[in-house]
Design a protein around this ligand. Structure first.
Ligand SMILES: Cc1ncc(C[n+]2csc(CCOP(=O)(O)OP(=O)(O)O)c2C)c(N)n1
Ligand SMILES: [Mg+2]
Length: 572
């Protein structure tokens, strides 16, 4: 444990609070900041201008763009995303992204400007209660009251955002604090006795789980994003292979276990595979590693894993037993828990009958789709082609809706940190700015943003950013001229009353071109693959308006209120 006051930041004569902030960010090894200036952060932007700090600042065109980019950056690099926004409207424009990062446990540190301390509470120009607004949607938040606390608070913010279960931390900095001239020494060390996440599993609980595996006839692993955050994909593979335990993934856990692995049953949940959902229904031991039993995964809880003993490994004790009764709780980091399990002697249990049944299901009930027509592409086929042409190696980001579910079903993720989607909050407009952040985090990787025609229009202003920095993001608009997922629910559950779900869209090609970005439109299957090859080979941003069959629905599906065993749209 660090000793308080051990490390110090020495401020030179005439440094401002903002200079101190920049210096602290440099010391924290920040390489990219996403942000947007304004009155309350003018001192910070001035300090940025004057500094020779080695990091990049990316000017988004709307604060929502900054925060989703920071989330995308965090998701692919594992490092914290850093955001600066001004007070009032700057801060409120960040709210959706902060909530999104909270739901999906993404390490993001957000600095908001605040009006001067002397006028806080007077409804001063561009004042908003950032602490009040962000308390329920952050892992922690601070308002800096004293300049001397600033370096320590910044270090604490990074520590809290990135350790235990990651999450967003907001630091609200009144303008007078960042403007004040300062000199002297400031402690940067911190001591947080009330925040000590448990990472090592209790050995007795590991023994219990070991015994349960020995007793089981139909064990199943449910792998969530916790495996990715803990960098435990290799351990998961070893564990599953050692005992031949099949694996299903949550939406956000995709990539934590190779999709092509014989033991992989794919994604479970509302639009998961029949095999994965039936495996959950039939298993007698469910080992949840780093997933939070979200309702889109479980369906009706009355029918969820009804025959199973449930074990749940999670670094956040609040998740265990929250939705699903859990017989074997293990509070731990996923990697530590898997290492402990791998060190146990479980013998060589055989689950051959169970596996044979699951493999049969896998062959008999794959995801299926209708072919492209002469005039329109099949959206699922389109995703398969993106998968093939990128050799399964792309970083894929998405918005929310049908295209998101098709991407999850048809892009087979072999590795972690390559799937960037808004799972918990389900934020339309997430995909493209997240791709900006992902590309900045992984400049040499192919980044494909698979977006909806609806979602893209929520944040397409970030085209300025990809043009300005020549970020070679490939934006594939799955254009069904509809808020497709809404349209699907209206078709299935509201008697085809398509209330406000059909879109009149702009000319996306001209729109891209007006930002200086290449644009293409494609509607014929035979033209799609050659175009894709050209687009992927091009070293710059591209928008492709892919015209797809409008009536297509996402199948199979667990209808609202139903259990995972009651899927519709399953085909043999
Ligand atoms: C910010 C926001 N507003 C509304 C919704 C509700 N919603 C979920 S999916 C969807 C339709 C998305 O349409 P589009 O982006 O075209 O994707 P598609 O479903 O057609 O693939 C809507 C409106 C949402 N998820 N996020
Ligand atoms: Mg659409």
């Amino acid at each position: 444990m660090r000793v308080e006051g051990e490390r110090k930041l020495v401020a030179k004569e005439n440094m401002t609070g903002a200079d101190l902030l920049i210096q602290t960010l440099v010391d924290a090894n920040v390489d990219t900041i996403f942000g947007y200036p304004g009155g309350a952060v003018l001192p910070i932007y001035d300090a940025l201008y004057r500094s020779d700090a080695p990091f990049k600042h990316i000017l988004s065109r709307h604060e929502q763009g900054s925060i989703h980019a920071a989330e995308g950056y965090a998701r692919v690099t594992g490092k914290p995303g850093v955001v600066i926004g001004t007070s009032g409207p700057g801060a409120t424009n960040l709210i959706t992204g902060i909530a999104d990062a909270m739901m999906d446990s993404l390490p993001v540190v957000v600095f908001t400007g605040q009006v001067a301390s002397s006028v806080i509470g007077t409804d001063a120009f561009q004042e908003t209660d950032v602490m009040g607004l962000t308390t329920p949607i952050t892992k922690y938040n601070y308002q800096v009251k004293d300049l001397a606390d600033l370096p320590r608070i910044v270090n604490e913010a990074f520590h809290i955002a990135t350790t235990g279960r990651p999450g967003p931390v907001v630091v609200d900095i009144p303008k007078d604090i960042s403007e004040t001239l300062t000199a002297g020494e400031y402690p940067t060390d911190f001591h947080l006795p009330g925040y000590q996440p448990t990472t090592k599993p209790n050995p007795l609980q590991i023994k219990k789980l070991t015994e349960a595996i020995k007793q089981a006839e139909k064990p199943l692993i449910l792998a969530g994003a916790g495996v990715v955050f803990a960098e435990a994909a290799e351990q998961l593979k070893q564990f599953a292979e050692s005992y031949n335990i099949p694996v299903v993934n949550t939406l956000l856990g995709l990539g934590s276990f190779p999709a092509s692995h014989p033991l992989s049953l794919g994604m479970a949940g509302m639009h998961g595979s029949y095999t994965a959902n039936m495996a959950i229904y039939d298993c007698d031991l469910l080992i949840n590693i780093g997933a939070r039993f979200d309702d889109r995964l479980t369906g009706n809880l009355k029918h969820f894993a009804p025959k199973a003993t449930v074990a749940h490994i999670d670094i956040d004790p609040a998740e265990i037993g929250k939705n699903v009764m859990t017989e074997i709780p293990v509070v731990a980091d996923a990697k530590e828990a898997l290492d402990a399990l791998l060190a146990e002697d479980i013998g060589s249990p055989s689950f051959a009958d169970w596996e044979n049944k699951l493999m049969e299901n896998k062959v008999n009930y794959p995801f299926w789709y209708n072919d492209s027509t002469d005039e329109l592409l099949s959206p699922q086929w389109l995703i398969e082609q993106i998968y093939k042409e990128s050799d399964g190696e792309a970083i894929v980001t998405t918005d929310v809706g049908q295209h998101q579910m098709w991407a999850a079903q048809f892009y087979k993720f072999e590795k972690p940190n390559r799937w960037v989607t808004s799972g918990g909050l389900g934020t339309m407009g997430f995909g493209f700015p997240a791709a900006v952040g992902a590309q900045l985090g992984k400049p040499d990787d192919l980044v494909v943003a698979i977006v909806g025609d609806g979602g893209f229009q929520m944040t397409l202003h970030e085209l300025s950013v990809v043009h300005e920095h020549n970020l070679p993001v490939k934006i594939m608009i799955v254009n069904n001229e509809a808020l497709g997922m809404v349209r699907q629910w209206q078709e299935k559950f509201y008697d085809k009353r398509y209330s406000e779900s059909i879109l009149a869209n702009p000319d996306f090609v001209k729109l891209a071109e007006s930002y200086g970005v290449k644009g293409y439109r494609v509607n014929k299957a035979e033209e799609f693959v050659p175009l894709l090859k050209e687009v992927f080979a091009y070293d710059g941003p591209v928008v492709v308006d892919c015209r797809v069959i409008k009536e297509e629905c996402v199948y199979p599906m667990v209808a609202p209120g139903k259990g995972l065993q009651q899927m519709i749209g399953v085909k043999k």
